[in-house]
Design a protein around this ligand. Structure first.
Ligand SMILES: [Zn+2]
Ligand SMILES: [Zn+2]
Length: 186
């Protein structure tokens, strides 16, 4: 495998950035990835960029809207990995989609893998290992006698420090019951 085609980000500088500056770095990285793709597909349109993705997904190529969506919470927490892996991953989807017959290619099929390897110099992985707890609105599962309850990170923190919550329906104290927040997702 060849070396990554895009330069390695300066992690120290990256960690110090405020939100707006950080978002500019992401947009610049998308631009760099797009320019690289234009070397093999000069007519490739420039994708718009949105930081409006929620939940467990890191990024998404949205062909209907004409651009790439990224998860701002996961980006904030995984800055380097986003620039190194997530941006090329989504840009590879964007490129494949715009190739002749690209609409018929499987999402992470041979064409996408070839772009990842040959153009970006990256392993074509399709899952991320980001901790998605803060990105999910209420990822902590609690249980009582009658149902399951979803806690936010803040409420879960309070419960861990001793606050007790009761179910309004059955009056039982809620008990933390699983670790679904640690699941990996594409
Ligand atoms: Zn993908
Ligand atoms: Zn209950």
């Amino acid at each position: 495998m060849m070396a990554p085609a895009l330069p390695d980000p300066d992690t120290t500088r990256l960690d110090a950035l405020e939100r707006e500056a950080l978002h500019r770095v992401l947009i610049a990285r998308v631009e760099a990835a797009w320019r690289l793709c234009r070397e093999v597909h000069p007519a490739l349109p420039r994708p718009a960029v949105w930081l409006d993705l929620r939940g467990k997904s890191a990024g998404q190529a949205h062909f209907g809207r004409g651009g790439l969506r990224f998860n701002p919470v996961l980006f904030d927490e995984n800055r380097r990995a986003f620039l190194v892996e997530v941006v090329p991953h989504e840009m590879a989807h964007w490129l494949v989609h715009h190739l002749e017959d690209g609409g018929r290619a499987r999402p992470h099929g041979r064409e996408w893998q070839t772009v990842m390897r040959s153009l970006f110099g990256l392993a074509p992985t399709t899952t991320h290992r980001f901790d998605t707890r803060r990105a999910s609105p209420a990822p902590y599962r609690y249980r009582c006698a009658c149902r399951e309850h979803a806690f936010t990170a803040r409420r879960h923190g309070l419960a861990r420090r001793g606050s007790r919550y009761r179910c309004r329906h059955c009056a039982q104290t809620l008990v933390y019951c699983d670790r679904s927040a640690f699941e990996k997702s594409v």
